[in-house]
Design a protein around this ligand. Structure first.
Ligand code: HEM
Length: 138
């Protein structure tokens, strides 16, 4: 995928022990900064959702060098997101929130290089999820 795999793996390993804090922080910021997406999660069990998000991040990081498996999984996830009301315009909000939350949980070690690596990874994930969403719409 042309991503900085080592950096992504190492930094995720660093925040993973605080994974619960990461996903709690994520949804707190998401709903504070982008209240427009709140209704999408109206009937969602947020504890479960936090675990699912963390698991999906772990899956992405674990399969960065395995695009043959990762890409179809992301396309399917993108398809499912159509049903959740996750329109394309919401993806940048989620990306900004993810980066903000990662930076917060990583603390002092966070730097521009990590910001760039995660921003590139999120763009790549978005690309495949939206390709799957588009296939769904046809
Ligand atoms: C990198 C991007 C994203 C990742 C990794 C991600 C991850 C997940 C995962 C793993 C689930 C559990 C269900 C499933 O696997 O289908 C889920 C559900 C959901 N996601 Fe995302 N998501 C992303 C982007 C978005 C965006 C942009 C939105 C829009 C606000 C969104 C809103 C939702 C909603 C509403 C649900 C359903 C919650 C429920 O079950 O009630 N997601 N997401």
């Amino acid at each position: 995928m042309g991503l900085n795999v080592t950096l992504l793996e190492d930094s995720f390993a660093l925040v993973a022990p605080n994974g619960d804090a990461l996903v709690e922080t994520f949804y707190r910021h998401l709903f504070e900064d982008y209240p427009v997406v709140r209704p999408l999660f109206e009937n969602t069990d947020m504890k479960q959702q936090q675990s699912k998000l963390l698991a999906s991040l772990a899956l992405v990081v674990a399969n960065l060098q395995n695009p043959d498996q990762l890409v179809p999984a992301l396309e399917e996830m993108g398809q499912r997101h159509v049903g959740y009301g996750a329109v394309e315009g919401y993806y940048p909000a989620v990306g900004a929130t993810l980066l903000k939350s990662l930076a917060e949980v990583a603390g002092d070690v966070w730097n521009d290089e990590l910001q760039q690596a995660w921003s590139d990874a999120y763009d790549e994930v978005t690309k495949h999820m939206l390709a799957g969403a588009l296939a769904h719409a046809v």
